[in-house]
Design a protein around this ligand. Structure first.
Ligand SMILES: C[S@@+](CC[C@H](N)C(=O)[O-])C[C@H]1O[C@@H](n2cnc3c(N)ncnc32)[C@H](O)[C@@H]1O
Length: 268
């Protein structure tokens, strides 16, 4: 009888992450539906749980991401798997509402939380005389509802590991970016510093599901989130896949001992 500790020696499958939901083998179609259900379930608690589970670190990581992105007035910014809008709202603040920002996500419930946050900050869905609106749109990272060569900066934070076909999402990112545009991905990674890894694995295996169970009342979703982290490609693997998708000058920066990592690449 397999136990949850099976994740330490996950069964090998010839196909890539398309067939994995956490450590459970599923069809690609099933995976998309299951991921959708996870985020529908966690949407209402997502921001609180993020603070709790990361001890607020995710805020510093997102600040760092947006500093690296250097969003500017007039630019077209696309935050994919943008969920509750944290990255987009930081970009909005940094550009004083003068960039064209779109948050795209597969899950309308996550977007609804983001839209409410934007409204609370006085950012509306309609253009105002002083700034651009922030748009929230439903769409799949694998086939974005976005014109080719139209985006200056593409970001995806803690989203790519949830996408069914990572390589399709990378290819579509390359499609929508204009030549000279830049891709950023921030993710948790399996490539954590070896000294941190045992503690980190224990945290993912034990603490995250428990927090999910007792705080959000949803252990299964947080088990998936923890397991999906362990399955995500390590730094060099993702860099190779970005190059294969056509990105150039690919690099990455580890955050907090490699618990999170920011990859970037240019479409030249
Ligand atoms: C962990 S949340 C990250 C949200 C936000 N970027 C942040 O950093 O707080 C992952 C998000 O990815 C979205 N997602 C999953 N698969 C997706 C896909 N194929 N296309 C677009 N969004 C997707 C989920 O709906 C969810 O909102």
């Amino acid at each position: 009888m397999p136990t949850r500790n099976a994740r330490k020696t996950p069964p090998k499958m010839p196909d890539a992450e398309a067939n994995w939901f956490g450590h459970r083998a599923v069809s690609a179609q099933e995976k998309t539906g299951l991921v959708q259900a996870v985020f529908s379930s966690v949407a209402g608690n997502y921001d609180v749980m993020n603070d709790l589970m990361s001890g607020g670190l995710h805020r510093l990581w997102k600040d760092r991401l947006v500093r690296l992105m250097r969003p500017k007035a007039g630019q077209v910014l696309l935050d994919v798997a943008g969920g509750t809008g944290d990255v987009a709202l930081r970009c909005y603040d940094r550009t004083q509402g003068q960039a064209h920002i779109t948050v795209c996500d597969l899950n309308p419930e996550m977007l609804a939380v983001g839209r409410d946050k934007a409204r609370d900050k006085g950012i509306l869905d309609v253009p105002t005389p002083v700034g651009n609106p922030m748009r929230f749109i439903v769409g799949n990272a694998e086939k974005l509802p976005t014109d080719s060569n139209s985006v200056d900066t593409y970001s995806i934070a803690f989203g790519l590991r949830n996408v069914t076909h990572i390589d399709r999402a990378l290819a579509d990112a390359a499609r929508v970016l204009r030549p000279g545009g830049r891709f950023f991905c921030m993710e948790f990674t399996s490539g954590v510093h070896p000294r941190l890894k045992p503690l980190y694995d224990r945290y993912c295996d034990v603490v995250m599901p428990l927090l999910g169970q007792y705080v959000a009342g949803d252990r299964a979703s947080y088990e998936y989130l923890a397991e999906s982290i362990q399955r995500f490609p390590a730094q060099e693997d993702l860099a190779t896949r970005m190059r294969d998708a056509g990105f150039e000058q690919v690099s990455w920066q580890n955050l907090t001992g490699g618990i999170a990592v920011i990859h970037s690449g240019w479409k030249l």
